[in-house]
Design a protein around this ligand. Structure first.
Ligand code: DON
Length: 304
């Protein structure tokens, strides 16, 4: 069994010395006041060993990381029919870019850009009896943790300022790719983004992607073929117009959020979650990316 603690400690001391910590997302007002000195890493091996440093037990806003979990829930309900309404290509554009959506007749490039995630939210609003409650139950289930919750002030803060998401939803509606009421779908979407989790909890939630579709409690949520596809989407689209760079520097599938979290994993091996709230120009955690680059370089453990 490999002891990952020394390498995490080494990365932690390197990162703590880095002066440029990026910029905290301020377009969601509730996130603007998060201290960018927070930094944590948590690693869980497939056998269940855990290693961690820094603020790995502090809650933060998972934001777009939630898009992998909504896609998982939608896949478990309707399977590949999802891809009649959303594509599987990287967009090469920022997560909230809209012009492609109009050019491509309301079919978002992939489920991780905002427009794509709004279509997935629409599917869940149609299919779940109590969408917000049922989705939260699903996350609590895969993590075996009933304390996970929505942050209502973050959801409200984004509802008040989410002009581009309203624009995306309106465009989708105009092309017939949104079945439910715009306000209802966006209320679900803003809530999924507002979920708070720690690095530790996220490593648990993403266990199923490293473990062929079975969560920590050994329950099958996705078939092996479905996991293969979702993992491929994380590799190619998980970091928006920086997905190429993340594959190049880090070499793992993963997903980021504007709350500063990143979850990445080596299938059949480990899940690693970082949190550092300062973002780079592409909206991904600046120091989180650096830490993960150091991790796969030092350990020589990547999918390549
Ligand atoms: O919709 C938004 O803009 C945010 N709730 C989520 C964006 C996000 O996390 C992008 N990821 N890096």
């Amino acid at each position: 069994m490999r002891n990952f603690q020394p390498v995490l400690n080494e990365i932690y001391s390197n990162i703590k010395k880095t002066k440029d910590k990026g910029i905290v997302a301020s377009y969601i007002p509730e996130l603007a006041s998060i201290d960018k000195n927070n930094f944590g890493i948590h690693l869980r091996t497939i056998e269940g060993h855990e290693y961690a440093v820094g603020n790995y037990n502090k809650l933060f806003s998972i934001q777009s990381i939630s898009k992998v979990l909504t896609l998982t829930k939608a896949t478990s309900i309707i399977g590949s029919d999802i891809f009649k309404r959303v594509g599987v290509e990287p967009s090469g554009h920022p997560f909230n870019q809209l012009s492609l959506l109009e050019i491509e007749n309301g079919i978002p490039r992939n489920p991780f850009i905002n427009a794509g995630a709004i279509v997935i939210a629409d599917i869940l609003v149609s299919r779940l009896e109590n969408p917000k409650e049922d989705f939260l139950d699903f996350i609590r289930n895969v993590t075996s943790d009933n304390t996970i919750h929505y942050n209502e002030s973050v959801a409200l803060s984004e509802k008040k300022t989410g002009y581009k998401n309203f624009a995306a939803a309106n465009l989708l509606k105009s092309f017939g790719n949104l079945k439910n009421d715009i306000d209802v779908v966006l209320d679900f979407y803003f809530h999924q983004c507002s979920i708070e989790m720690t690095c530790n909890q996220l490593s648990k939630a993403f266990y199923l992607f490293a473990n062929k579709g079975k969560c920590l409690r050994n329950i099958v949520h996705l078939t092996e073929s479905q996991v293969k596809r979702i993992n491929a989407l994380m590799l190619t689209c998980g970091f928006y117009d920086e997905a190429g760079d993340f594959a190049f520097e880090v070499g793992l599938p993963g997903k980021s959020g504007v709350g500063g979290g990143i979850v990445a994993f080596l299938p059949n091996n480990f899940i690693i979650t970082t949190w550092s709230p300062g973002l780079n120009k592409k909206g991904n955690s600046k120091l989180g990316m650096q830490a993960l680059e150091q991790f796969t370089t030092k350990t020589q453990m990547s999918i390549f």
